[in-house]
Design a protein around this ligand. Structure first.
Ligand code: M6R
Length: 588
């Protein structure tokens, strides 16, 4: 939610650097953008516009020479999508410019205190620039910014610059902020891809920390008011991984990446996996939590732990998890799943668990993310940067790693590895050009439908829910997933002749039941798309998937990711940037 990026360093094309780098953060929000830079005379120049940064012209920015600049891409929270509400926000006296990601909860109090007439936007952010300017009447830029950071309530990562100042100052609480470091150059961003082409050496800012970037950075703990040292970490993503290469969209690239990502997900330190398995066995109450796709993965993992390890674990969506605090004790274990590692609801769930003394294990994709650092144990799924808003490769990597852990809990780690290596090779074969062409044909067939229903049973029931999310978010077709057996209790009334219904079927103990449910749909005239390792007469389309045994949710969800992608493209949508959404949801 919102991407922020600032540069200070030896290059004199800072405006262009932050303009180009911002495009790499566009997945975080894309309703408007803005760039600001320090001019030679010490004053601040600013450009902001409605629309996507990727479609913006860099006229008026590219030729500007400066060593210090900041940029912002917005996902609106407070105030509509207007040029005035776009960041950066320049204080009314023109002295301070600010970019911000998060929500300032006490902004109304400040607006009242400073006088409403001073404000030109409807945003919460504008109070930051106004307050810094106000405090600079008595304090210097650094002291004023520190004072503001301490007074703000809510979640923020903000970066500020001021006229006549050769430094940038940033602070964080609850929203990500990473400093990329290269000889004499500093890059401050919400996420690493913004500066990956320049450096892989980073300092992660933690909550309640501030950085002042002068000739070199100085870090402060806002709680203790003391200067602190930060460790430089080298991240192992390469710039190519964060590009879409020859693919038309990131979503397609990331779906195709699944030829390799399952293997990377299970390539874990065995000792660590066995230790985690022991922890799960000894825990008194194991909970799984995540949001959106991560939540559906957790639901599937409930089945994995039950079927593979005979172990009862409980899933709750992270936004609902806090209500279960009564069940948490110091011996409980919460397992959270998050691609970005920045999702506010996930962090809140972790906070609730930790307050009860419970331990938290996280599965994340983004190294050094807040979730990873806030956990007691954390495993990286190693899927590489996922930039399309729709989660694809991260989801199957999470499924693979949780299935591996379930096998470890059952004392069958090597069997789990063997199964997943075999599954990865089956996926590699499945994702061939003929398969893609066929899925496109299926999409062509149903593209004009207003509704699609997806059914699944056992571990494929959560995949039916996940399939629905994929279709909804990128194609805007109304899609709903159901447990196959529930149809006859109500939802089947929605089906009329020609309604596309997708059945996610596996070669498992519930196969007979879901086939019967599919036949019931067919009898009502539904257009059946069977995703299964075998053909059945009820199918109008058969999407053939390998028989992956207990790993069937992984192979069954991939064709639906592709189907959603093609539906989106055929309907003229942009699958990478669906309306109203952002990649990482850092607000509650
Ligand atoms: O980064 P996270 O995995 O924590 O994100 C959770 C959800 O916001 C995310 O999975 C969302 O549902 C995706 N857009 C679904 O494709």
């Amino acid at each position: 939610m919102c991407g922020i990026f600032a540069y200070k360093g030896s290059r004199d094309n800072a405006p262009e650097i932050v303009f180009e780098g911002l495009k790499k953060l566009e997945y975080r929000g894309y309703d408007s953008w803005g760039v600001t830079w320090k001019k030679n005379d010490g004053s601040i120049s600013l450009q902001k516009q409605i629309g996507k940064i990727s479609e913006a012209s860099k006229e008026g920015i590219i030729d500007e020479k400066s060593h210090l600049a900041m940029s912002h891409t917005r996902w609106a929270t407070h105030g509509g999508v207007t040029q005035k509400n776009a960041h950066p926000h320049l204080s009314s006296g023109g002295k301070v410019a600010v970019i911000h990601n998060g929500i300032i909860e006490n902004y109304e109090e400040f607006k009242k205190r400073l006088g409403f007439e001073r404000f030109r936007s409807e945003t919460d952010t504008e109070v930051i620039s106004e307050l810094i300017e106000e405090y600079m009447k008595d304090l210097n830029f650094e002291e004023a910014t520190k004072k503001v950071a301490k007074e703000l309530k809510g979640r923020y990562a903000f970066i500020a610059m001021a006229t006549g100042e050769n430094r940038i100052i940033a602070a964080r609480r609850g929203s990500p902020l990473i400093l990329g470091v290269k000889e004499g150059e500093y890059f401050l961003a919400s996420d690493i891809p913004a500066f990956l082409q320049f450096t892989r050496d980073v300092n992660y800012l933690d909550d309640e920390q501030m950085v002042v970037i002068d000739d070199k950075p100085r870090f402060y703990d806002l709680l203790t008011d003391s200067e602190i040292e930060k460790r430089l970490v080298t991240i192992d993503w390469n710039p190519q991984e964060a590009e879409k290469g020859d693919f038309d969209h990131f979503m397609l690239k990331e779906i195709m990446d699944q030829k390799e990502t399952i293997i990377r997900a299970i390539d874990q330190n065995e000792e660590a996996i066995l230790k985690i398995a022991e922890y799960i066995k000894n825990a008194k109450g194991v909970f799984l939590s995540g949001c959106g796709t991560g939540g559906k993965v957790c639901m599937a993992a409930e089945y994995f732990f039950s079927v593979v390890a005979n172990r009862h674990v409980n899933f709750a969506p992270a936004s609902e998890f806090p209500i279960y605090h009564h069940f948490l004790i110091p011996e409980s274990l919460l397992i959270v799943v998050s691609q970005s590692g920045e999702t506010a609801d996930v962090l809140e769930a972790m906070h609730v668990a930790k307050e009860k003394g419970a331990k938290v294990l996280s599965l994340v994709n983004v190294q050094g993310s807040t979730v990873a650092r806030y956990s007691d144990f954390s495993l990286l799924i190693n899927a590489g940067p996922e930039k399309a808003v729709a989660s694809t490769k991260a989801a199957t990597s999470q499924l693979a790693l949780l299935l591996l852990i379930a096998h470890a809990v059952a004392g069958k780690l090597q069997d789990g590895k063997k199964l997943l290596i075999e599954t990865a090779s089956q996926i590699n074969d499945m994702l061939n050009p003929r398969f893609l062409t066929y899925i496109k044909e299926v999409a062509d067939d149903i593209v004009h439908s207003d509704h699609t229903y997806i059914i699944g049973k056992a571990a494929n029931y959560p995949m039916a829910l996940e399939a629905a999310i994929k279709i909804q978010e990128v194609s805007y077709i109304h899609a709903e997933g159901f447990p196959a057996g529930e149809l006859k209790h109500g939802p089947i009334a929605l089906v009329s002749p020609g309604t596309p219904c997708i059945s996610l079927i596996a070669e498992d103990e519930v196969k007979g039941d879901i086939i019967n449910n599919t036949i019931e749909l067919k009898a009502r005239g539904a257009h059946i798309i069977g995703v299964a390792p075998f053909r059945h007469e009820s199918f109008d389309h058969w999407i053939r998937v390998p028989d992956a045994g207990v790993a069937s949710p992984i192979v069954n969800v991939i064709p639906i990711q592709l189907l959603a992608y093609y539906l989106s493209v055929l309907r003229g949508c942009n699958p990478d940037m669906p309306r109203n959404l952002a990649k990482s949801v850092t607000v509650k």
